[in-house]
Design a protein around this ligand. Structure first.
Ligand SMILES: *Cc1c(COP(=O)(O)O)cnc(C)c1O
Length: 395
């Protein structure tokens, strides 16, 4: 199988698996226990916290472990909302193309009386810092803009947005789940107050993530209970997952330059190949994008059919976000970028890993080209386009 769905999840690296098992084997004690078995576990927990903090230029005390990216996103928004409302600020700024962990959590806050402004993204899938600045009001409690988009892979001007928020005295959160391990992150230089990441997107285990919160930003609990995580997140820590996440992040960051350069070259080869398909379009900025992300629209076809036929040929791809497949609605990300409904339906996301080879890329280009041609052959919409009954949207 050629696995090209690394934005949905990644397999655990050999190191991550080894550390997971080793930790489960040797450090199964409860880090809150006072006896030796608990204390050796607590030492491992602190070591993981230190290593993860160092990778984003944070202090270990600023790291809270969560069950993943979704929980971290929810807690960050709840925290921003709670801190704001204490000062009478009940307005939140975010963007139209965030992950559903942000958008759906914002919907809940709206029901609780908060006002939300979702800033537009441009046709290339990039947020304009000036639009964020313009959306900030006197009563804005929080700005949340993702670091890199999970569907089209576009990288956002996070440092610029961070500088604007700091200047205006507004808290700034970024969902960095797609960026961690792939792009350099420096929470201090980028003026980030809160940041989410998730281990399973950088070859770590599923069900574990991090919420970074700058010193002085007091997290609001999502889960009540014991005093774990300095009282900010109850529940006995998932130490095998946490230690394995720290190892996976170290590994990804150590190889970031090498793997990034390798995947960028493959990505551009794939883009060049798919561009040859008539009436196709690359979604998202060609340069300001994650090293491993390719996202295309093909006019006149259904993304779902394309996926199933590629799966038959041993290629695992996605039509956008794993979380929305299964629904027939076109991607909210592509719609936010101004791509028409009928075209947004025919989208394909291929996300690479360092395991992918040039031969895999060339096979993928051949297979996608053949499958798109086949689907167009049997498509009534395509027939209308060819006969000129309907106008092509993509030239
Ligand atoms: C995967 C993902 C999430 C959710 O992370 P989980 O650990 O699966 O809960 C949130 N935001 C983005 C951008 C993602 O890609």
């Amino acid at each position: 199988m050629i696995y090209m769905d690394n934005a949905a999840t990644t397999p655990m690296s050999e190191t991550a698996k080894r550390v997971f098992l080793d930790t489960a084997d040797r450090f199964w004690g409860n880090p809150s226990s006072l006896h030796t078995s608990g204390q050796v576990a607590a030492e491992q927990l602190f070591a993981a916290r230190q290593r993860i903090a160092a990778r984003i230029n944070a202090d270990p005390r600023e790291i809270t472990f969560t069950s993943g990216g979704s929980e971290a996103d929810n807690q960050a928004l709840l925290t921003g909302a709670t801190l704001g409302s204490r000062k009478g600020k009940k307005h939140i700024v975010s963007t139209k193309f965030e992950h559903h962990a942000i958008l759906h959590a914002l919907k809940r806050l709206e029901k609780q009386g908060y006002e939300v402004t979702l800033v537009d993204v441009n046709a290339d899938g990039v947020v304009r810092p000036e639009d964020v600045a313009a959306a900030i009001r006197e009563d804005t409690a929080l700005v949340s803009v993702m670091f890199a988009n999970n569907e089209v892979g576009t990288v956002q001007p996070i440092a610029e947005i961070g500088a604007i928020c700091r200047e205006k005295g507004v808290l700034f959160h970024t969902d960095a789940v797609q960026a961690a391990g792939h792009l350099p992150i420096d929470v201090k230089a980028m003026n980030i107050d809160m940041l989410s990441l998730s281990a399973h997107k950088f070859h770590g285990p599923k069900g574990v993530g991090v919420l970074y919160a700058r010193r002085g930003v007091f997290l609001t609990n999502l889960i009540e209970g014991g005093a774990q995580e300095r009282g900010k997140r109850a529940g006995t820590e998932n130490l095998p997952g946490i230690a394995s996440m720290a190892a996976a992040l170290d590994e990804a960051c150590e190889h970031m330059q090498r793997d990034g350069a390798y995947m960028t070259a493959l990505r551009d080869r794939l883009i060049e190949g798919l561009r040859q398909i008539p009436h196709s379009k690359l979604n998202g900025d060609p340069v300001k994008r994650l090293p491993g992300n390719v996202n295309f629209c093909f006019e006149g076809i259904e993304g779902e059919s394309l996926l199933l036929l590629l799966d038959d040929r041993g290629i695992a791809a996605s039509s956008g976000s794993a979380c929305t497949s299964g629904s027939l609605d076109p991607s909210h990300v592509l719609l936010a970028m101004g791509i028409p409904h009928e075209v947004a339906h025919g989208s394909l996301r291929l996300t690479l890993s360092p395991e992918i080879t040039e031969a895999d890329i060339d096979k993928t280009v051949r297979d996608v080209t053949e499958v798109v041609a086949y689907l167009r052959d049997i498509s009534p919409v395509w027939e209308e386009l060819e006969k000129g009954v309907r106008q092509h949207v993509i030239q």
